[in-house]
Unconditional design. Structure first.
Length: 363
């Protein structure tokens, strides 16, 4: 079944799989072009403004732009694309302002009736539109530190996709290798690997991830390794079962009789024939890794602040669920649900397609 036929069957009569792919594609594009889409394109969207903390969606603020005292070092285009860039100016949230000579007087947000601040006109920063006072709209409101919630949620997509992709790659490298060794050679090696699979399989996944995270320490890259080292078991188990079936087929015996090296047999003749179940497991593992990363970050042993993660955002705001700020935890939670469900629906549809192909070939 070629790629064109698979795509046609994937979407032809199943609207759920089409929606799942569209959702995954949407979040993938958000992850790639995060800093080009985010309203706050500073590194990690960490522009803290405590004066406007926990503002509702659609909140608008008047922002005064001032020159920075430090020298600004520009980044390369590639660095700006993937890492963002510090602003060339300082942002101050204000209520109102007025001139008096060569001095600008302004009142800080929520301090309109108190002492006014002043600054010389030469310290004002003019943007591309020659404005030094702008109006910013926070479409999803602000978090408890006054950071733009929309920007944090968008950048959290990159964290989820990064953890999912790298964790799946790690699990595939370990699982496929051990599964092929076990199924192809059999004997004591099969017994040893099967025993290892059963031992790891018997440990609750979240508990194992937490244990590995404690050993490796807290951090961004540690999450990749911790999650990847827990998901190889199912890959190895399925790979071993498929290899055990294929290795007994006549064409494998024929290839062996010609003296073809074992590595070539496994790489060229066995692996291409077991790729379908591996793809299905990868889709499910991608969803699992997103849940595990979110769980670790929620518990405080995953991605560390100020890196935005959906689980971390929920951790910081779950206390507001019983208050009038439910959206602070609900929005990242809905993102997790949508992305995980989409990968599960896609995996189920791929499984059905490959099962149909197997039935036709057997008939």
């Amino acid at each position: 079944m070629n790629l064109h036929k698979i795509i046609n069957k994937l979407f032809a009569s199943n609207i759920t799989s089409l929606l799942a792919v569209l959702v995954i594609l949407f979040f993938f594009l958000l992850a790639i072009f995060s800093y080009q889409i985010m309203p706050d394109d500073t590194p990690l969207a960490n522009n803290i403004q405590l004066s406007i903390a926990k503002k509702s969606p659609g909140f608008k603020a008047k922002v005064l732009l001032l020159k920075k005292d430090t020298i600004y070092n520009s980044k390369s285009v590639l660095a700006k694309f993937f890492l963002g860039e510090q602003k060339k100016y300082k942002e101050i949230i204000i209520d109102d302002y007025h001139y008096k000579g060569d001095t600008l007087y302004y009142s800080l947000y929520n301090f309109k009736n108190f002492h006014k601040e002043k600054i010389g006109l030469e310290n004002l920063y003019y943007n591309k539109n020659q404005q030094y006072v702008i109006t910013k709209t926070y479409w999803l409101g602000t978090d408890k530190y006054g950071r733009d919630l929309l920007s944090r949620v968008i950048l959290g997509t990159r964290v989820s996709f990064s953890v999912g992709f790298i964790s799946v790659v790690i699990s595939l490298l370990i699982g496929v290798f051990l599964g092929m060794m076990s199924g192809y050679y059999g004997g004591k090696l099969d017994t040893l690997i099967s025993w290892l699979i059963n031992v790891v399989w018997s440990i609750p996944t979240l508990l194992l991830v937490i244990a590995i995270s404690v050993v490796l320490g807290k951090g961004f890259w540690q999450v990749f390794v911790a999650v990847g080292l827990t998901m190889w078991v199912e890959v190895a188990r399925v790979t071993r079962g498929e290899v055990l079936k294929i290795v007994q087929m006549p064409y494998i015996e024929s290839v062996k009789s010609f003296g073809v090296p074992d590595f070539n047999i496994m790489w060229k003749h066995i692996l291409p024939n077991i790729i379908n179940p591996i793809i299905i497991i990868s889709a499910a593992n991608f969803a699992t890794s997103i849940l595990l990363e979110s769980g670790l970050s929620f518990l405080g042993i995953g991605v560390q602040p100020p890196i935005p993660s959906w689980g971390m955002i929920i951790r910081n705001h779950y206390g507001f669920i019983i208050m009038d700020k439910l959206y602070l935890a609900l929005i990242p939670g809905l993102c997790i649900v949508l992305l995980v469900l989409s990968f599960m629906f896609l995996g189920n549809r791929l499984r059905d397609l490959f099962d149909e192909k197997s039935k036709k070939e057997s008939n």
